[in-house]
Design a protein around this ligand. Structure first.
Ligand code: XMP
Length: 509
């Protein structure tokens, strides 16, 4: 395993994924994780991440000196390199010339293990204000940037390396090769991280944990809950009781389609509950976004509890929690901030005295998709975009009514259909329509109309934490807009959302 000490960089998870892509297991720990915890992982190497902080500032993330006594190779990236220099006797300073974005570097020592096999010059991605201006004793410069700053360093006697640039981002040429060099030339890692083995191992573990008890699970139709359920079904068979709640806030034909896959293709033991009316009632008159989320969350718990009781004496609750959720909710990483309350079934175990099983909690989304595919889950499920727990209620701005939901459903179906036809569906992270509580004047034939406005939202993202609006073809947009206005009476205007996250969020509420 490679341990990544997280100092708060937005790229930390990306480093972990890049390493796992090389079939080496990696785990993120907070920078101040106790030494025993780091030692208990028995790491083959340690990576120190970047950080928005300056090593020169008060309270900046730091690491224990004892790390250097482990004799394990260390790679500091960006802030990580500055921190290593700072702690080992070098000097870091804010220089006039900050480097942000693409920069050319020249490798001075092509024999250095991490640069082995690379060209002398290439472009990398930089993002730093501080710089190592004086190397610690025993270290040498491995590469310089065009502006003459130290771009990489290494110790002669110790396996400690520093990179000022980010090898994990796609904009860095040869970034993967540098990481591979660190993993295989320096740390001598084995490529044993294998998702097929992982499945077998998990099935065994779940079966041991649960014994002959009953497990209940809420299915949402999404990738995570489905993969978690199919995996658990492998371990406990029909002692897994799934509940699929139709909140009335699902997309066009979604409940029917998903249920059919669950029952007919995956043979899951699933109970279908149509609670649409209950949810609509809870949402009546509610316009505030957080209130909507709370109303949906509360109703969900009520419905789920009622259904779970029918199962009787279930001891376990299965959840499809992913690694990023674990890191973001602060259960592991430190200093991440939560912007919106995400309502799933988070409040359940405490109230229902159920014990949690979270078999996916060490995995990233793309790994979950890969496992889904190993488990034979159809692509129609695995390729789906993320869909929020509160469903269409947070995409139907203002009060949620059955009439507005119907308009939104139909518009969204047109957008997604055309997106798919044009080959964009799998290129974007997420795409959907938002129904705005605004009406405007239009003209259809010779008739004046006064209809609703739909906003199209399509974003690219790695993990939903940050996102950029996705560029869509003009012809595609044109077709979507024309179809929505022509086919759905009540909507006469379509607009495009071109904001990134931050400053906006992906959903509108
Ligand atoms: P935001 O809007 O916060 O969304 O930028 C980030 C990602 O999270 C999804 N999302 C949710 N997922 N329950 C969920 O399971 C929720 O309450 C929820 N709210 C937002 C959103 O669709 C996007 O992918």
């Amino acid at each position: 395993v490679i341990v990544i000490l997280d100092c708060g960089s937005q790229y930390t998870q990306l480093i972990a994924r890049r390493i796992r892509e090389q079939h080496v297991f990696s785990e993120i720990l907070p920078w101040d994780a106790p030494m025993e915890e780091i030692r208990s992982r028995n790491p083959k190497g340690i990576v120190i991440s970047g950080s928005p902080k300056s090593v020169l500032s008060q309270g900046a993330p730091t690491i224990s000196d004892e790390l250097f006594d482990l004799g394990v190779p260390i790679l500091g990236i960006c802030y990580g390199m500055q921190l290593l220099s700072h702690l080992l006797g070098g000097k870091v300073a804010k220089v006039e010339l900050a480097e942000y974005g693409r920069a050319k570097i020249e490798v001075l020592d092509l024999n250095a293990a991490i640069f082995r096999g690379l060209p002398k010059e290439f472009y990398v991605w930089m993002s730093h204000g501080d710089t190592v201006v004086e190397l610690p004793p025993g270290a040498r410069v491995l590469a310089k940037s065009e502006s003459g700053l130290i771009a990489a360093m290494a110790f002669t006697e110790k396996p400690i390396f520093g990179l000022q640039f980010h090898p994990e981002v796609a904009h860095t040429e040869h970034g993967i090769e540098i990481l591979r060099n660190f993993l295989f030339e320096v740390c001598h890692c084995d490529q044993t991280w294998n998702l097929g083995d992982w499945v077998e191992e998990q099935v065994k573990q779940i079966s041991q944990t649960v014994g002959d008890g009953k497990v209940i699970s809420a299915l949402s139709g999404g990738v995570d809950s489905t993969v978690a359920a199919v995996l658990t079904q492998r371990a406990v068979g029909n002692r897994l009781y799934c509940v699929f709640v139709n909140t009335g806030l699902l997309r066009l034909d979604e409940a029917e389609n998903v249920l059919s896959v669950y029952r007919n293709e995956l043979k899951l033991n699933v109970r279908y509950v149509d609670a649409s009316e209950e949810f609509l009632k809870a949402l009546k008159g509610v316009t505030d976004p957080e209130e909507k989320r709370k109303a949906v969350g509360r109703t969900f718990i009520e419905v789920f509890e009622r259904e779970a009781e029918k199962v009787g004496d279930a001891k376990w609750l299965l959840q499809g929690t992913l690694y990023p959720d674990v890191i973001e909710s602060g259960r592991q990483g430190k200093g991440a901030s939560v912007i919106k309350t995400h309502h799933n079934v988070g409040g359940l175990p405490e109230e229902m005295k159920l014990k949690l099983i979270e078999p996916l909690k060490d995995l990233f989304k793309d790994e979950v998709r890969a496992i889904g595919s190993i488990l034979g889950i159809p692509r129609s499920i695995l390729r789906r975009h993320p869909f929020p727990g509160p469903g269409l209620s947070v995409r139907c701005l203002g009060e949620v009514t059955p009439e507005k939901l119907e308009l939104l459903r139909r518009a969204d179906a047109v957008f997604i259909e055309e997106l798919d036809v044009a080959g964009y569906y799998e290129k974007v992270w997420q795409a959907f329509c938002v129904l705005l509580p605004v009406r405007s004047v239009g003209v259809t034939g010779d008739e004046r109309t006064y209809g609703y406005t739909v906003a199209l939202r399509a974003v690219e993202s790695l993990d939903g934490m940050t996102a950029d609006w996705a560029y869509l073809d003009r012809e595609l947009l044109d077709k979507v807009a024309r179809r929505i206005c022509n086919e759905i009476p009540g909507i006469n205007r379509v607009v495009l959302d071109v904001t990134s996250k931050p400053p906006a969020t992906i959903e509108w509420e």
